[in-house]
Write a protein that binds this ligand. Structure first.
Ligand code: CU
Length: 129
């Protein structure tokens, strides 16, 4: 009886450890800033993929430039299709598959934070001068 209990506890610890390792690996991937910022016809375009969260989770862009945040979805059925940027009063429902532009005007220096409708998938954009 006791041996069974101990082996169950060990199994739970091992599974939990493996799960946490996978999680932190994903985090590292998301933090890496891909080349997702471009300037087209004088407009800065920041591309963010929305599916099971937002990628890249952190973007670095220029401040003081007319800016569009472009959310790309591809078979997105989770709540990252409901995107919010509270400080700008922005709330959008993205199509399951497609591309949605949000024009935020001239970007202000600082960090712009957004998240899914429930607030569990965050993302941020650092606008640098
Ligand atoms: Cu959510």
């Amino acid at each position: 009886m006791k041996a069974t209990n101990i082996s169950i506890i060990i199994a739970i610890i091992l599974i939990g450890g493996a799960f946490m390792l996978t999680q932190s690996g994903d985090d590292n991937k998301q933090i890496t800033n891909a080349n997702n910022v471009s300037i087209v016809d004088g407009k800065q375009i920041i591309e963010i993929n929305a599916k099971g969260g937002y990628q890249p989770r952190k973007s670095v862009a220029k401040a003081g430039v007319p800016t569009i945040i472009r959310f790309n979805t591809s078979g997105t059925f989770d709540c990252s299709s409901s995107v919010r940027i509270p400080s700008m009063n922005i709330g959008k429902t993205l199509p399951q598959t497609g591309s949605t532009d949000i024009d935020i005007g001239d970007s202000k220096p600082g960090t712009l934070k957004g998240a899914c409708g429930m607030g569990m998938y965050p993302f941020e954009i650092n606008f640098e001068e």
